[in-house]
Design a protein around this ligand. Structure first.
Ligand code: C5P
Length: 316
């Protein structure tokens, strides 16, 4: 493939643009390590309204470019999940991967919000439309699962329970809008390292099989943020990876405290972190929590987003 740059796609050629949401794990119950190195999960995914846009444009060769404030932190090469998605789809249909993928990045990079997975799902859908390959949803979901544990959810969005390593999805009812705030940290955390830290912290103790909390699922269905916050408190915050993320990045405790002091109903590390997620009562509360986080000096910035958000969708 041709090395990427940060330039947008060339004008004139046919292109398709897909918008894909970020996610927060409202609950992330983690089981013991499996023989294949992954962990069985009960992963309550919720798509939130922060989006990347992936544009697939006809080209002579596979090329990836990235724009946005954190573009330099995104690999514009064959390791990018967007490139791997295009290659997987092309291989399925026995065709060339002659496409330029441009990622307009707004989801925090390596932040535990599935930004890389979003780009994989977005590229898959964009290439399928551009190439007219007409791949069915089940086949698209199979390719997503090969690309990564969170990629199938990026395609479907909304809210879903992920079992297995997170790729086996059952849709959940989620009423909105729920108003969230996300505190973006300086630098990312590596997902494999956070899972390894989870194993290290759990060594010598039995790890139960992961199950979703019925109270969390009920509260998600009712759309009542206070009930959801209470359900999360009852299960110690909801994210089993949080102690591992805090162990690797102790400064996140101050970020969580700052959002709670500013009135957040619940505060949790998003997935493997280091982004911290805050559930708030309504839009004014979300704006207030974001402003307090911005001035707290405990994070690089804060973003407000509503949930649930739709999955990957063609927008141009
Ligand atoms: O599937 P994905 O590529 O996102 O996983 C990245 C890494 O995160 C895996 O290699 C594994 O170390 C860890 N992981 C895990 N259990 C899961 C999902 C991810 O241990 N259910």
């Amino acid at each position: 493939m041709t090395p990427g740059s940060t330039t947008p796609p060339s004008a004139g050629a046919r292109s398709v643009t897909v918008r894909v949401p970020a996610k927060v794990n409202v609950q992330l119950a983690v089981g013991p390590p499996r023989p294949d190195g992954f962990h069985d999960l009960a992963n309550v995914f919720l798509a939130v309204g922060l989006y990347d846009e992936v544009t697939a444009t006809e080209a002579d060769d596979l090329r990836v470019t990235v724009s946005g404030p954190d573009a330099a932190a995104v690999p514009a090469d064959a390791t990018n999940l967007a490139a791997r998605a295009a290659q997987a789809l092309a291989a399925r249909h026995g065709r060339e991967t002659n496409v330029h993928l441009h990622i307009a990045k707004d989801i925090p990079v390596a932040g535990g919000m599935a930004g890389g997975s979003a780009d994989g799902a977005g590229a898959l859908l964009a290439c399928d439309k551009l190439w007219g390959t007409g791949t069915g949803t089940d086949e698209l979901l199979r390719i997503c699962a090969e690309l990564g544990s969170d990629v199938p959810f990026s395609l479907v969005g909304g809210a879903a329970l992920g079992r297995g390593r997170g790729e086996r999805l059952t849709p959940l009812s989620a009423k909105g809008p729920l108003h969230w705030v996300f505190a973006v940290a300086d630098g990312g955390l590596s997902t494999p390292e956070v899972y390894a830290e989870f194993d290290r912290l759990a060594a010598g103790r039995p790890v139960p099989e992961p199950d979703p909390s019925p109270a969390v699922l009920d509260a998600l269905g009712s759309g009542d943020p206070a009930a959801l916050a209470a359900a999360l408190t009852a299960i110690d915050g909801g994210n089993d990876l949080q102690p591992a993320a805090l162990s690797l990045r102790p400064s996140l405790a101050a970020t969580l405290d700052a959002g709670t002091a500013a009135g957040a109903l619940a505060a949790l590390v998003s997935g493997s972190g280091p982004t911290c997620a805050f559930l708030t009562a309504d839009e004014p509360a979300a704006e207030a929590v974001a402003a307090a986080l911005e001035s707290s000096g405990t994070c690089r910035g804060a973003r407000v987003a509503r949930a649930p958000a739709p999955g990957a969708a063609v927008v141009g």
